[in-house]
Design a protein around this ligand. Sequence first.
Ligand code: ADP
Ligand code: MG
Length: 839
Amino acid sequence: LDDDLDRDYIPINEGLQRKIVTLDVQRDDSVQKSRMQLPVFEEEHRILEAIHHNDCVIICGETGSGKTTQVPQFLFESGYGSPDSDTPGMIGITQPRRVAAVAMAERVGRELGNYKKRVGHQIRFDASVDEETSIKFMTDGVLLREMMSDFLLTKYSALIIDEAHERNINTDILIGMLSRVMKLRRDWSCKDPAKYRPLKLIIMSATLRVSDFSENKSLFSSPPPIINVQARQYPVSIHFNRRTAFNYNEEAFRKTCKIHSKLPPGGILVFLTGKGEINEMVRRLRKRFPFKRGNNYDDVAEVKVDSRNADMEAEEVDFSVNDMIDDFSEESSNEDDEEEGEEEGFEETLEEGQTTEDPLYVLPLYSLLPTKEQMKIFEHPPKGARLCVVATNIAETSLTIPDIRYVVDCGRSKERTFNEATGVQSYEINWISKASADQRAGRAGRTGPGHCYRLFSSAIYESEFAQFSKPEILRMPVESVVLTMKSMGIDNITNFPFVTPPTRDSLRKAEKLLQHLGALDDRMIITKLGQKMSHFPLSPRFAKMLLVANQQGCLPYIIAVVSGLSVGDPFISESEIIPRGEDDDENEWRKQQLAKFNKSRQLFTKLDKFSDGLQMLSAICAQDHIPRADREKFFEDNFLRPKIMDEIVKLRKQLTYIAKVNLSKDSIAASSLVKDEELMLSPPTKVQVEAIKQMITAGFIDHVAVRADIVDKNVKIPNNAPITAIQYLTLMPTSESNSDRFVYIHPNSVLSKCGELPPSYLVYQSLTTNNASATSKLRMRPLTDIGGRALANVAASSGLITYSKPLGHPYAPKEISQTERECYVVPRMGANIGTGGVG
Ligand code: ADP
Ligand code: MG
């Protein structure tokens, strides 16, 4: 063994000297030849040494250097996963994408020749693993699940966490957990070597920002060694567009055509954001450069997947969302931005007279494409044709396409984003990071010098592109992170070794909120309800509302309300529509508009005049009954924002689908939700209105405000007081109102126009201020009134104790202090609950 390695070893247990078993793998000549050309191949010895001497090793290397396909084989050949060695446990490799797990298992199987059968894969609905399996490729979600039943992962002797640079939530959580498992396995193996063996952890990453892992003291007490695989990378010339192309699909098409017509041979790789865009581009390119003489795409049949289903399943599946990201195709803006004049990067044009109509062999590549279709990128293109792959992010680091010389980069990707207020997930097209842009460019320099055409300007690149993309854990609402982790059985969140930790304070607050929602019990351990909530790609508040609604048969209404609350206010406010008139004519017009406005608003407050949530529901129900063609007029007549209303419809469809998938087991109502695309709601009955208000309250139980005069007899409300000046107190202190600050009704709320003393109790979604100063008024936005008794019931069923005497009782405290306020509605599990109404 090489003793000259200049790094600190974790002292290895003497009793555990490795019994080296080497396997005689017989590979195909061609396979062996191409392996030997991979940069990682030269590092085999160094990698194995490092793994032998350390429990954790980090391997960094350019995409395509052979990490994913070779490192598992190095381990396998040195005896990992062999029953007769002293490292009989399997070699596990995790991938963020299902397709990569399947594709890589297949490739490694093929490379292993006579040992082909020892490689398997496991993704949620598909597995090829048996007792013989030594190398198992899986999604990170699968491994997380396995940890729930076998925390020490005793089946494995080595685990490889691949694509760690992506920093998605599963990978981050896995690395945190495995850093502990690794230590435990080391300790246990010292105590009971016959039963336990150490676990080797290998973290693999494409970019060089590994300090997040290696220098993280809470993960590793001493920094693990980093092995850099030096890849042969040829220079790539970068060509920025002079102006940023907003219609990047069009621009990508134009650029690709130009490259193919004018530039010397070499594959083209086009980066777009999703399946829809890709299929369209593939169709156009195939039409533009068709195959002649019978050379057609019969074998590259376009694949039709029921996008919504496939997609949502992917989500439900492995907690793995990368797969579904591919598919939420958004229309891009249609602004045209033709480049004029001389274009950079086309200097090497073909000789005069050379044909520009050579065939182009165009292939799509995205996660939902069946593996067989994906594998086509590794085959040689038909003779005389140039390869052109139109791909998502997946070609950035997961899969390396051979012989690419030109990269066309739209600079965007589809990313899972979260509405900060609501936690609702959506898929948005955003700029990528500089690191990603460089990765993409690098794809052109694998086999020789190349060119990368960026469809955006260097100014945009400098000003809009972050250096690295933000780890997913910091983009997610922290309650969702905590709930996800609790559902994986991680009870102690505050001490968890995060790769990048959220603040302790935010973790604690999240735990508290989850407890209020009934997702955690008094020991902060997940409840049955919490487990159910964790399956929704929604903020826990909304998940709770949907679950309660499902029990009460109000699901479609709550779905509509949640969509409305998430997307935002569809109502145009009075001040926005009625500009100040100068002359009489205008004044007359103003009056008319105002009358129309008031009439319409009255219509929407018929269900309940104190609730913004129900006003929204009214508008949504009304819209359902307007034929599509007349909707525009309906929005205009009723002063509604068409874009917001459209988005609400979109989100409703998505939530309906999610509810159907997640709740069908529990209720017939959910399974019969909406059969077709069209959503039609008739207005709720009076009883249902009361139920809906309680459900909103259930999701916002920590956001209840009480009118100040109810709790303090000294507060008097003058008869003519403007409604927006009436003081309320929050029942639970919130970060915004943690002094005894009063909160007020927002002027845009329906309540501000109710024309009478507003209700004693209000439930609000958020508090806002006009400016950051501590003296400006805190305003409650979208509001719902709730009766005292109903509030007490909801609070009690959430495990909160409610004040047992009517408030305003002579013995009730006159002034409400911080602690006393907490006494009114305070989470105290097990205390006697529900002894009376608050009201
Ligand atoms: P890394 O993980 O470092 O990015 P990989 O191990 O994925 O690298 O890939 C190493 C090489 O193997 C690449 O050149 C890639 O093109 C090739 N390769 C991977 N999968 C296949 C396959 N199914 N068929 C042919 N070549 C493949
Ligand atoms: Mg890889």
